[in-house]
Design a protein around this ligand. Sequence first.
Ligand SMILES: [Zn+2]
Length: 258
Amino acid sequence: MELFVDTHAHLDFDLFDEDRELVIQRAIENKVAGIISIGVDLESSKRAVELADKYAIVFAAVGIHPTECADVPDRDFDVIEELAQHEKVVAIGEIGLDYYHMRAPKNVQKNVFIYQSHIAKKLDLPIIVHNREAQADLLELITSNALAQKEGVLHSFSGDDIYLENILETDFFISFTGNITFKNSKMEHLVEKTPVEKLLLETDSPFLTPVPLRGKRNEPAFIVHTAKKIAEIKKISLEDLGQITTENARHLFKKLNI
Ligand SMILES: [Zn+2]
């Protein structure tokens, strides 16, 4: 029985060029029922859609990541909108704010984020949100009228307790990655606080490989290690966690046809 949906993987990245086919095969063998391959710029969004065309298990999200959002020509956003109408594009993302890398000024990042939230709203697609050291501004955008689309997921969640509590008041889902399995993660209480009805699973492959595979490249088949950790914290069975989070994914990503 298939159990998990990896709602966030970068299958198009060149770290998978040598063995992408095998990576997808191993995901299927490890009870992964669906993988959402996430675009970070126009080219990677196109590649994500191509992968979705090629493999039944793969779906795509298209968007311009906050680290890639400086000097994007207007035309690119039109192409993102066109790509988003593909039957296997289930979300706009990843989009959001990144004040750690700060590759574009804050106001540019905000504008690009807001603009793409309008595309999402227009097409009735949820948004996949990236946050790095920008929780205050992100919360402000989410809770004000600035952001057009209020359905989505805060992926690879990081932030403090009060931020999480505020987010849990909204309709946004939360997903944690392999970093919750790290010895020094200090994130268990955040997982504990998040109701399973609000949780999604993700790997963020090729990054954030869970224990006990740390040091290796991450891939969707490894999602079980993060899932086990969450199930343990939530004191439910792995099967129940898989079922609930898969149901959550189907609910949020309406075009996720699995
Ligand atoms: Zn990502």
